[in-house]
Design a protein around this ligand. Structure first.
Ligand code: BMA
Length: 825
């Protein structure tokens, strides 16, 4: 064999030139691939639904009830085909498949090279190439493959959402439909395919930081693995600080597994955005052979210490559950994240950025990647690293009794190893959990017994996955990361409020109790809670035909998937107003409920974030931030990136400093700053005609990083409002109107909207008014309770000519263009 030339590893991304078609079962597979008929060009990465839609071969699955018309797509097999040229001057060629969805047989020049069975597992296949090559992929229907596996492995087991066969398929579980999503059993090349060619390459890079308890020094342990012919090679390792300046550089002889340690003195620590900045270090690796670069790689990382603090709480049972970053305890507020589309390749980096920025702007510090979706795209984690958003990462199991036969466990082990290695260097990821709600499901079915050791042959055999397979993989590939078997993971029973994290679904779900009950339904960390509301009207217009524009139309009801969803929506909306006959009125009533519910939950649970050793609630994550199609759901941002009113309410409830009221007259403030704050508190009480009947003001001290009780108000049927001021500037507000709203008539208010600058509006009122909603998207605040003599200034991206206002009990349209002050800035 001739000595290979020294060459840089080459990557050819195989994204262009693909064709796809429906498999014709009357033909042999070979003949079907060979037939010139029926092929359509397609993009890659993509999916079959997306490709069919782009070729106008199916109607939009999200429009009206088209979901029913496109189910056949998931019941067929699909063929994909590419011809590509390749260089043959390398010793090694590998085809890298970052993600195939799901059962895919891959042929290179007619030879089977891969039988893929897992959408979440990247594959790297050594291949022999010709100058001209054909890559053919046969995607089998996940629907039928799943049914076959279910039949062969003991039949249907209990689950919530989707079809019982889904648990046998390592594919995004929400594709089988969920209580917020349609069923679209998609398939295809959802991630990149690359040809990599090399004589020698960097095969794996493991980084581990170890920050000393005094935060003054951190080690960086590097393990580098090489592939190919590297006998005469050398490796150059360069450590760069967050500004890209070289801190240290070293040159070492290459070995199969090379270890090295750097020390970082006075490291710049990575923090969530509310506590500090997000410095990212970088390790660069260059592989040289006889002085020529043959491969290179770089990996960014952050240096931080994370603790999940579970310790006794003064005067309370159980233990705390909160995150401490670099020694700073934090109340963690945020949201659950679901995949942003059914057709996953449509989720662009811009979409990810918009959503994550929106979460950050709403003062959120954590997103939980929920176990019924996907391990997210790398851009998601990069953005969280850069923006200082913590990530709670589930493994992809949700709401079911999963199987535990050997082939399944092996598949899961490969997936977990691959994903942990892919994600472990992101400083944003602070917790990993084995599944979503599988323990409560098993518990509810009488299948879970904590006193029995996990056993793959038991009724809840999947405990072996969550208590052995996954923690073993974590131990091997990310030994310092915090892992917990599931979410929720609890003490004696799933709804335990004293230990672990809790999913609070007593409001909206189960008995659908009123949202004020959140007061008694918190937990040490509420990792899920939520309230459904319709999306914004413009978003509904995208999918509801004009002749179905009513709250009881089949089309509107089709865009609600939750169990008894319409009934529950109506039940809660009935507390807001009577005669909700138009879609506009009904939609707004559901949005008021959501806004009020989330406001109550966040404020009352933050109240339980006391001083050290009194941290009875360590955080709350709203279910859910985003949506995957136009649907009435718990999301606070709809699928067209329009904010529901609750988005703004949550944003205010999560401000660093809040002032809060409860229906029992309690007043308290929450302060996330690490210093004590001094403010002035103002209390107003209005009678139901809107006249002030009580006013008081006093100076208050707000304890650092804790909530502070500030007494109670006299009680009665009245409207209560509080403000916190600093240097005469209002920094926080809250108010309470008599509930349920439907039973009280509010005073007729004269609301005024005035343009006071190119991008500024002033809004004011002469009587208290509840839930004032300005029908626009890019605005600094919205969904306001307005009080007399307390005008609010709002910043808008642009001032519309006409502005529609809705509020509890009415609506109004302002013609703003007429008011424009010429020459004003
Ligand atoms: C949760 C989630 C999801 C579900 C949501 C709303 O518990 O884990 O499975 O979509 O509730 O019901």
């Amino acid at each position: 064999m001739s000595i290979p030339q020294l060459k840089l590893r080459q990557q050819q991304i195989l994204n262009h030139g693909w064709f796809f078609k429906e498999r014709q079962i009357k033909l042999s597979l070979e003949a079907d691939f060979a037939t010139p008929e029926g092929w359509y060009s397609c993009r890659v990465p993509s999916s079959t639904y997306q490709n069919l839609l782009e070729q106008q071969l199916i109607p939009d699955p999200y429009y009206d009830q088209n979901e029913h018309l496109v189910q056949w797509v998931g019941e067929r097999d699909w063929l994909y085909r590419l011809e590509f040229n390749a260089n043959q001057n390398y010793t090694y060629s590998e085809l890298c498949f970052d993600g195939l969805d799901t059962f895919a047989s891959v042929y290179l020049n007619g030879q089977l090279i891969l039988e893929n069975q897992n959408m979440f597992l990247g594959q790297r296949i050594p291949v022999q190439l010709q100058a001209k090559n054909t890559l053919e992929i046969h995607f089998k229907s996940a629907w039928f493959e799943g049914l076959k596996r279910m039949e062969a492995n003991g039949g249907a087991k209990p689950l919530w959402n989707g079809d019982a066969s889904r648990v046998h398929v390592r594919k995004a579980q929400y594709h089988y439909s969920w209580d917020w999503g349609p069923k679209l059993l998609d398939s295809g090349i959802w991630q990149e395919i690359r040809l990599e060619q090399f004589n020698t390459r960097i095969a794996d890079l493991t980084l581990q930081t170890n920050l000393e308890p005094n935060f003054e020094i951190s080690s960086l342990d590097i393990l580098l693995q090489l592939n190919g012919q590297f006998e005469t090679a050398e490796v150059v390792l360069t450590l760069c600080d967050p500004n890209g300046i070289t801190l240290e550089k070293t040159r070492l002889p290459a070995t199969t597994a090379l270890k090295h340690q750097f020390m970082v003195l006075q490291p710049k620590l990575w923090y969530p955005h509310t506590l500090g900045s997000q410095p990212l270090y970088c390790l660069k690796v260059v592989l040289l052979q006889d002085g020529v670069i043959v491969d290179q790689s770089e990996q960014s990382f952050g240096i931080r210490q994370v603790r999940v603090v579970q310790e006794p709480i003064a005067n309370q049972s159980g233990s705390s559950f909160y995150f401490e970053i670099n020694g700073i305890a934090m109340f963690t507020s945020g949201a659950n994240w679901i995949p942003d589309d059914l057709m996953l390749a449509r989720v662009t980096p811009e979409r990810y950025r918009a959503r994550i920025e929106a979460a950050k702007n709403a003062n959120m510090t954590m997103l939980r990647i929920w176990g019924g979706g996907i391990y997210e795209d790398k851009i998601f984690y990069q953005l969280c690293d850069q923006m200082g958003i913590l990530v709670w990462q589930d493994f992809m199991f949700g709401c079911a009794i999963y199987p535990s036969y050997p082939a399944f466990l092996e598949n899961v082990k490969q997936e977990a190893s691959y994903q942990i290695k892919r994600l472990r260097n992101h400083p944003s990821i602070v917790i990993w959990t084995g599944n979503n709600e599988d323990y409560p499901l098993a518990f509810g079915q009488g299948l879970y017994d904590a006193s029995v050791a996990p056993d793959a042959t038991a009724t809840f055999g999947a405990r072996v996955i969550y208590e052995q397979v996954l923690p073993n993989c974590m131990q091997e590939f990310a030994p310092d990361a915090y892992y917990q078997a599931g979410s929720p993971f609890f003490g004696a029973f799933p709804d335990d409020q004293t230990i672990g994290d809790r999913h609070t679904w007593d409001v909206w779900g189960s008995a659908a109790v009123p949202y004020r009950e959140y007061q008694h339904l918190g937990g040490r960390f509420v990792s899920e809670f939520g309230m459904c509301a319709a999306p914004r009207l413009e978003t509904l217009r995208e999918v509801i035909p004009a002749n179905q524009w009513s709250p009881s139309s089949p089309s509107f009801e089709h865009h609600m998937k939750a169990d008894q969803g319409m009934m529950r929506l109506h039940k809660y909306a009935a507390d807001i107003a009577k005669n909700l006959e138009t879609l506009e009125d009904f939609v707004f009533a559901t949005q008021i409920v959501q806004s009020e519910a989330l406001n109550a939950a966040y404020r009352i649970w933050r109240r339980a974030w006391g001083r050290p050793h009194h941290r009875a609630c360590g955080g709350a994550l709203v279910w859910q931030l985003n949506d995957c199609w136009q649907v009435s759901s718990w999301a606070i941002i709809d699928s067209s990136h329009r904010y529901k009113p609750a988005y703004y309410t949550v944003k205010r409830a999560l401000q660093a400093i809040t002032i809060n009221l409860w229906t029992d007259g309690a007043i308290w403030a929450s302060n996330h700053h690490l210093e004590t704050w001094q403010c002035d508190l103002e209390i107003y009480i209005f009678d139901l005609q809107g006249q002030v009947i009580h006013f008081e003001t006093r100076a208050v001290n707000l304890a650092a990083n804790a909530s502070t009780e500030l007494g109670t108000m006299p009680q009665g049927q009245a409207i209560y409002a509080v403000r916190l001021l600093q240097n005469n500037q209002v920094i926080a507000r809250d108010s309470i109107f008599p509930e349920p709203y439907v039973q009280f008539e509010l005073p007729k208010a004269n609301i005024q909207v005035e343009q006071i600058g190119k991008h500024q509006l002033k809004i004011s009122t002469d009587k208290p008014v509840k839930a004032v909603w300005l029908e626009t998207n890019e605005i600094s605040d919205n969904m306001l309770d307005l009080m007399p003599n307390d005008p609010q200034i709002l910043e808008l991206a642009s001032i519309p000519e006409q502005l529609e206002l809705r509020f509890l009990g009415g609506q109004k349209v302002f013609n703003l263009q007429a008011q424009l002050v010429i020459g004003d800035d």
